[in-house]
Write a protein that binds this ligand. Sequence first.
Ligand SMILES: CC(C)(COP(=O)(O)OP(=O)(O)OC[C@H]1O[C@@H](n2cnc3c(N)ncnc32)[C@H](O)[C@@H]1OP(=O)(O)O)[C@@H](O)C(=O)NCCC(=O)NCCS
Length: 147
Amino acid sequence: MIRAMEIADVEAVLCIDQECKASNWNKQHFHYELEENAFSQLYVLEEDNEILGFIGFWITFEQCQLTNIAIAKKWQGKGYSKILMKHMIQKAQEAHCEHISLEVRKSNHRAQQLYRSFAFIEVNKRERYYTDNYEDAIIMVKGLGGE
Ligand SMILES: CC(C)(COP(=O)(O)OP(=O)(O)OC[C@H]1O[C@@H](n2cnc3c(N)ncnc32)[C@H](O)[C@@H]1OP(=O)(O)O)[C@@H](O)C(=O)NCCC(=O)NCCS
């Protein structure tokens, strides 16, 4: 089941984020997204009281941006990320967004493949965008038509 992430989920979600090296978000960052950023939406995928993965995105003025997605390693390859992606797309459609954008590391072929399977296309590149290893970011966008 998908439900809104709560403060009580931060530790479990942070573990998944760190295990997967999904982002460089720390505890404070998750707290900020949950408590202060009015544009931020975070959801967890939970089965039998275990959090399998999570997704974060911002919806601002009919624009949606994926900020974070990860599935715990032991649950990867079972289609769970697709459930979270579909949830974000549905929320973006309900908010009449025109498109969804995201940034992904050039080396992250698995995530790029996931996004391509949802009709995201590569539109740009930010050279040396990631400060940890100066890797390029690929910018991908999916049009929704604002309907
Ligand atoms: C990317 C990630 C979220 C995918 O989650 P997942 O639940 O394992 O993926 P799914 O089983 O739902 O597969 C969805 C699609 O992803 C792609 N994919 C998944 N595993 C893949 C692999 N090993 N190689 C290539 N593509 C793969 C495929 O397109 C797949 O669709 P298909 O099965 O119809 O071919 C997961 O690998 C993860 O948490 N990675 C670390 C965090 C991360 O990189 N986040 C993205 C930051 S931008």
